[in-house]
Design a protein around this ligand. Structure first.
Ligand code: HEM
Length: 149
């Protein structure tokens, strides 16, 4: 039975992805002149806040996870095994980069000279963050919390 923390970490991934897609959609609508920046900004902030919460849960998971403890017990074997190395190295690294990119993007977009520039910056940073997330999420694990692997 996975821990409550792991179940939460799993489910929050969907909130993050939906918020990220919303930020991209709102930024595109804004660029077409259909919406004020405030609407896009709200989606961007939800994306960023959910990412920060996930980052905190991820850090706690990293400390308490039996998988990580097991992986750290034999680093040579872990680095030679792509599936455990993924949770020890690739997953946390890509996710931390994603959080940093979106945090910087949110600040840069907010300080743009006009709404068009703000929407453009939000679009670029949100889309790039989404790509990093898609690359770093362990899709081989359960898609629904508690179901499957
Ligand atoms: C911020 C965006 C992140 C997303 C979207 C994300 C997503 C996920 C998902 C979907 C899983 C699989 C959950 C399951 O099997 O039920 C997972 C596992 C895991 N994540 Fe993340 N994660 C993020 C950040 C992080 C960070 C920053 C760390 C570490 C510092 C981390 C550490 C872990 C660990 C250690 C596991 C495996 C735990 C275990 O199986 O015992 N995650 N993550």
């Amino acid at each position: 039975m996975p821990s409550a923390l792991l179940l939460t970490h799993n489910a929050l991934r969907w909130v993050i992805l939906v918020a990220g897609v919303m930020a991209v959609v709102r930024a595109v609508q804004g660029l077409k002149g259909d919406r004020p920046y405030a609407a896009a900004r709200r989606a961007g902030v939800l994306f960023m806040v959910s990412l920060h919460v996930q980052l905190l849960i991820g850090i706690v998971l990293f400390v308490v996870s039996p998988l990580v403890h097991h992986a750290m017990a034999d680093m040579k074997a872990t680095m030679a095994d792509s599936s455990t190395r993924f949770f020890l190295a690739e997953h946390p690294t890509l996710m931390v980069i994603a959080v940093v990119v979106m945090t910087v993007g949110s600040i840069v977009a907010k300080n743009g000279p006009d709404d068009a520039a703000r929407h453009r910056k939000l679009l670029v940073f949100s889309a790039f963050t989404l790509l990093l997330l898609l690359a770093g999420i362990p899709w081989q694990r359960a898609l629904v919390p508690g179901m499957g692997n």
